[in-house]
Design a protein around this ligand. Structure first.
Ligand code: NOJ
Length: 514
């Protein structure tokens, strides 16, 4: 069997509002993405994942969809989407789109119909409950981004509560209803027919719900129910989705957001080869920059995920503070790039991390996101001009720090930049089967350093990451054994030369046999 494309892929996440703008309204669009495909081809990514660009009232910036099968006019048209897919494919870049199955917008015609009366033929497409005698919500589930708000809203007109794990503007679909399943399968087919190569599936783990709506353990509150929900019925739903993808040729892929902070639980959604092709495993994203903690995460993935399927790794996305900001310095962000791209598994990059972008500082009067995630969604600076390539100087969110120097054009002109580091790492991954799909073995290394080997047939690479900001002598550790040449160094130091006895502060290297 041939290795499916997504196994060796580096996927680049694009948040369309913030990527690139062509109509100078300060909000990115699909034509903007198309215009920057050459940047991505030059960088060497294999696929792009587009966060939602569907019709939406934007209560959750597109994760509240009012029409799954159309492009919001803010972002363009279906013709723009088709052109983007065609031009991405012409550059050998796959296209993955976001699919938001847990909830619709409250403005979606399905919900409008459902809430119109208790007898609506679509009433059961959502989750409704009678009021309790004391007028309280049906259970103690906590809404996302709040400490104490219920996941329920009373619909005054019809006198019942509806469920929403996220905002009241995002009512949850009822996946127990076969009509919902069929309608959402058709949404997948709509995009598969347009040529997409796969889907990133939003809040996938939450689709199946306990029909008894049992209270969450009060000891766990106020963790939102969306991060606790786990119900056996979800596995069957996911198998159904896989079946739809398998109606199509060409290894269409689904990667699920499984926001359960337990790697064994994440692994269960691979379902022994019948479930997800890939699942996001977020515990590493929430792990401090420390060798011991990362060693533990890598071992967890080997133990829990690998028996079920192929791992995936991610450090940043549109929901979390960027890792450049979390880890604090550019040298660490560079070492983190070597870590991410040296590990066994599909790697996900978040647009702008290749520029070493930090989160933007958002003044109080510019905050727009109900979940407080504006900082990591700042627009990408393309040039050093006042408008940074956007046609407006003040787009929908403020710029990230130092856009006059930290922009794609300036970093591309500088061979020593973090952007060129990413490019060299991606090229090395393409050139070396061991990095793209080889086995992985952790090695003994001095304190503060992680070391591992990747092997595939006769091809070998070794990766060393110094998590400390001091030089570390490799001594006689296993990490130092053998004769190696530095293929890529996070700080560029020593590339093409034999491995030195000492790793520099915050230095990470990819080694090839000398
Ligand atoms: C996860 C998405 O990544 C996030 O941006 C969104 O707000 C929630 N799901 C709800 O759809």
């Amino acid at each position: 069997m041939q290795t499916p494309w997504w196994q060796t892929a580096v996927v680049y996440q694009i948040y369309p509002r913030s990527f690139a703008d062509t109509d100078a309204d300060g909000i990115g669009d699909l034509a903007g993405i198309r215009g920057r495909l050459d940047h991505l081809a030059w960088l060497g990514v294999d696929a792009i994942w587009l966060s939602p660009f569907y019709r939406s009232p934007m209560a959750d910036f597109g994760y509240d969809v009012s029409d799954y099968c159309d492009v919001d006019p803010l972002f363009g048209t279906l013709a723009d989407f088709d052109a983007l897919v065609a031009e991405a494919h012409a550059r050998d870049i796959k296209v993955i789109v976001d699919w938001v199955p847990n909830h619709t917008s409250d403005q979606h015609p399905w919900f409008q119909e459902a809430r119109s009366s208790r007898d609506s033929p679509k009433r059961d497409w959502y989750v409704w409950r009678e009021p309790t005698p004391d007028g309280k919500p049906p259970n103690n589930w906590v809404q996302t981004w709040t400490d104490d708000q219920p996941t329920w809203t009373l619909d005054e007109a019809t006198g019942q509560w509806y469920l929403h794990l996220f905002l009241p503007e995002q009512p949850d679909l009822n996946w127990r209803n076969p009509e919902v399943v069929a309608a959402m399968h058709d949404v997948l087919r709509f995009w598969l027919d347009r040529g997409v190569d796969g889907f990133r599936m939003d809040v996938l783990h939450a689709l199946g719900k306990d029909p008894d709506l049992v209270d969450d353990d009060p000891a766990l509150l106020p963790i939102p129910h969306s991060a606790l929900n786990h119900h056996e019925s979800t596995y069957e739903i996911v198998r159904g989705l896989r079946g739809v993808l398998e109606e199509y040729p060409g290894d269409r892929m689904m990667v699920g957001e499984v926001f359960l902070l337990d790697t064994a639980m994440v692994a269960s959604y691979y379902d022994g080869g019948q479930g997800l092709h890939l699942a996001f495993n977020f515990p590493p994203l929430f792990t401090r920059w420390e060798a011991g903690r990362w060693r533990h995460q890598i071992e967890e993935v080997a133990r829990e995920i690998e028996p079920q399927g192929w791992p995936s790794w991610v450090l940043s996305n549109h929901d979390q503070v960027r890792h450049r900001t979390r880890y604090g310095t550019e040298p660490r962000a560079r070492a983190a790039a070597v870590l991410l791209l040296g590990l066994k598994g599909t790697a996900f990059l978040y647009a702008g991390e290749e520029l070493g972008l930090e989160d933007a500082v958002i003044p109080e009067d510019r905050v727009v996101d109900p979940g407080g995630r504006d900082g990591c969604r700042a627009p990408i600076p393309w040039t050093g001009d006042a408008d940074h390539g956007w046609g407006v100087e003040d787009p929908w969110l403020p710029w990230p720090p130092e856009p006059e120097v930290r922009n794609a054009e300036a970093l591309r002109a500088d061979d020593a930049s973090i952007l060129h580091l990413y490019r060299r790492l991606l090229a090395e991954r393409k050139a070396a089967p061991s990095l793209a799909l080889g086995d992985q073995t952790l090695l003994d290394a001095p304190a503060g350093v992680l070391a591992w080997d990747r092997t595939s047939g006769g091809d070998r690479r070794r990766i060393l990451v110094n998590f400390t900001d001091l030089p570390v002598d490799l001594g006689a550790s296993a990490a130092a054994g053998g004769t190696w040449t530095v293929a890529v160094a996070s700080d560029g130091v020593g590339e093409g030369e034999p491995l030195a006895a000492t790793l520099g502060p915050d230095q990470a290297v990819v080694l090839r046999p000398a």
